[in-house]
Design a protein. Structure first.
Length: 202
């Protein structure tokens, strides 16, 4: 609950909330690497993942938790940036930086404890909900790659679609994984698997 009588707490809360607009300014590194000058922000990507979570979450998962994880999963990048394997940062170091940053962000927030739980759940990737959000993270990347491919024909975005499809094939075995994989097929001009006629893409 907000405490209107504590100016120090209000200042800490205000500082934490500044990471919201900050995340809107962090551009996705992968798109910059292939030559896009003004790609989507990390905040835009997180919104995309959250919309996919709300739209596609299967009945056997906790939809509220899936959406919550989607909303916070990249929030730490407001402080540490969008680190990728091309930055040559060890996975343990990357996880440590992001965990420390998220603790700073969520600490002053009224629902910070819940947010910290959701972020740690995503990082550990041990629950079905977290695993589904990881899959949606890849699906959103494939959707954005397809959108960019239509707009920027001189740039190849195939690696992003390939990456999404490979992740889904290797990491998920549930029926919804096949459905997500078929959606990724739609993002490519070359199908990666057999897509039934009923699921044909326009």
């Amino acid at each position: 609950m907000l405490n209107a009588g504590n100016s120090q707490a209000a200042a800490s809360l205000w500082a934490a909330l500044q990471t919201v607009p900050a995340l809107k300014e962090v551009l996705r590194s992968g798109w910059l690497r292939v030559g896009l000058n003004h790609p989507e922000s990390v905040a835009a990507h997180s919104w995309g993942v959250a919309v996919l979570a709300l739209s596609l979450c299967p009945a056997n998962l906790d939809r509220a938790k899936v959406v919550e994880i989607a909303l916070v999963h990249d929030w730490a990048e407001a402080m540490v940036g969008d680190l990728t394997p091309y930055d040559q940062v060890a996975p343990q170091d990357k996880a440590g930086r992001e965990s420390s940053a998220f603790k700073q962000i969520s600490g002053p927030l009224p629902n910070g404890h819940l947010m910290q739980e959701r972020f740690q759940e995503y990082q550990a990737n041990a629950t079905k909900e977290a695993q589904f959000v990881h899959a949606l993270d890849k699906l959103d990347m494939a959707l954005q790659a397809a959108a960019y491919a239509k707009e920027f024909s001189s740039i190849s975005f195939a690696e992003f679609v390939e990456s999404a499809h490979t992740y889904l094939a290797q990491k998920l075995t549930e029926p919804e994984a096949l459905a997500l994989s078929q959606l990724v097929d739609c993002a490519s001009s070359r199908p990666f698997g057999a897509v039934p006629e009923a699921a044909a893409c326009s």
